[in-house]
Design a protein around this ligand. Structure first.
Ligand SMILES: Cc1ncc(COP(=O)(O)O)c(C=O)c1O
Length: 412
């Protein structure tokens, strides 16, 4: 089943043309603009097929072989496949694939290990911590006592000394490592050592690098963390959703923290789609893809720096780049708007040790489309030219349309 089959399905068009137009409009937007949002990717038609399957109809509270609903014998197979594939892919003793999202996975990890009021150490929000790492707007900041570590002003790298000092002085119950914006590999062995010294659990929130881990191009947190939380989308290229990995000794606590503690019935169509994505991620083709994602990010980072943007940490180890466009005379928020008008879609984000906003870019989606270093250099040049005002928005929009058309995400 191809995407065009799914989206142009006569039945939807006949029954609900208004919504059919929305789906087609979004497909057109995705295929005619550049998706540089670091958290996005294009799932395979096989993943989309699982998402749009009758498994969406099934209620399945509980776990395979122990459900609160009848008729689960077939969806149980899907969940067992997803669990077994996740365990094999990441070398984990236990996998829970029911978390509805990355945030739900983190919530369940906290529920498994902590009590309300416990102290937790995590990367501070201005330095790239996620909302679930102690934001006052999130359950995490309201229910736990978070202390934030940061990055060094000069290098932009995690301030390991500060982590060690905070762990000694605050005696946290858990330490979280992971970020929405950190472009470098995380030293999981260091965090394990600090957690052990403080008597704390280590939670790796590896939502961003998990696909790179699967592809063998980033270090794995699995041997070091008590619990690894992740999303199944982003570089991993599965459906929007969450996943939790842990050792056998925490398996039951983690499973109970997901259901019945924080969630109800599992979403079986999404779990089937996760199984499909894990199957894809175990192939040599995916490993080659993951390596190309990083090569593209490095090429893009270098080209942006050559255009005058300030790239934090001086580059990237991953799919993710944080760049300050200020030297081009524009702040991140304005830059995002101008680039969006030209069809270059990306996020702005906090800049460490700076009041301004930067740009966050990722290469997962454009790499799935088949773009390489040459296209990354072209994109960097176009982006900088738009920000400097050297290229008219309409002209840039045409260039983007042409480039995107040469790399269709879902070739017909
Ligand atoms: C580090 C990290 N944790 C948690 C999440 C939350 O994932 P979700 O949006 O699926 O809840 C994200 C999402 O980007 C993330 O990057």
């Amino acid at each position: 089943m191809t995407v065009s089959h799914a989206l142009e399905a006569d039945v939807l068009r006949r029954q609900d043309p208004e919504l059919a137009d929305v789906l087609l409009g979004e497909r057109e937007r995705q295929s005619s603009t550049l998706q540089l949002i670091a958290a996005e990717n294009f799932t395979s038609p096989a993943v989309l097929a699982a998402l749009g399957s009758p498994l969406a109809n099934k209620y399945a509270e509980g776990y395979p072989g122990n459900r609160h609903h009848g008729g689960c014998e077939i969806v149980d197979v899907a969940e067992r496949l997803a669990v077994e594939r996740a365990k094999a892919l990441f070398g984990a003793e236990h996998a829970n694939v029911q978390a509805h999202s990355g945030s739900s996975a983190v919530l369940a990890a906290y529920a498994a290990l902590l009590r309300p009021g416990d102290t937790v150490l995590a990367l501070g929000l201005p330095y790239g911590g996620h909302l679930t790492h102690g934001s006052p707007a999130n359950f995490s900041g309201r229910w736990f006592d978070f202390a934030g570590y940061g990055v060094e002003a000069e290098s932009g790298l995690i301030d390991h000394e500060q982590v060690r000092t905070l762990a000694r002085t605050r005696r946290p119950k858990a330490i979280v490592c992971g970020s929405i914006a950190y472009p470098r590999h995380i030293d999981y062995a260091f965090f394990r050592e600090v957690a052990d010294e403080a008597g704390a659990h280590l939670i790796a929130d590896a939502a961003h690098p998990m696909g790179l881990v699967a592809g063998g191009v980033a270090p794995s947190p699995v041997p070091y963390a008590d619990i690894v939380c992740a999303t199944t989308d982003k570089v991993l290229r599965g459906p929007r959703g969450g996943m939790i990995l842990c050792g056998g000794e925490l398996a039951e606590r983690v499973d109970r923290a997901v259901f019945p503690f924080t969630q109800g019935g599992a979403q079986m169509h999404t779990i089937a789609a996760k199984a499909v994505a894990f199957g894809e991620a175990a192939t040599p083709a995916f490993a080659a893809y993951a390596h190309q994602v990083v090569a593209n990010a490095r090429a893009l980072a270098a080209a942006l720096a050559a255009e005058g943007l300030i790239v934090t940490t001086g580059g990237t180890d991953t799919h993710l780049i944080i760049a300050d466009p200020a030297p081009l005379g524009v702040d991140g928020r304005t830059a995002r708007g101008r680039l969006a008008a030209a069809g270059i879609v990306l996020d702005c984000c906090a800049l460490p040790h700076d009041d301004g906003r930067g740009l966050r870019l990722g290469t997962a989606a454009v790499t799935t489309q088949g773009m390489g270093a040459r296209e990354m250099r072209f994109v960097a040049g176009l982006l900088a030219s738009v920000l400097r005002g050297g290229t008219e928005t309409a002209r840039a929009r045409e260039d983007v349309r042409e480039l995107a058309a040469a790399f269709p995400p879902y070739p017909r």
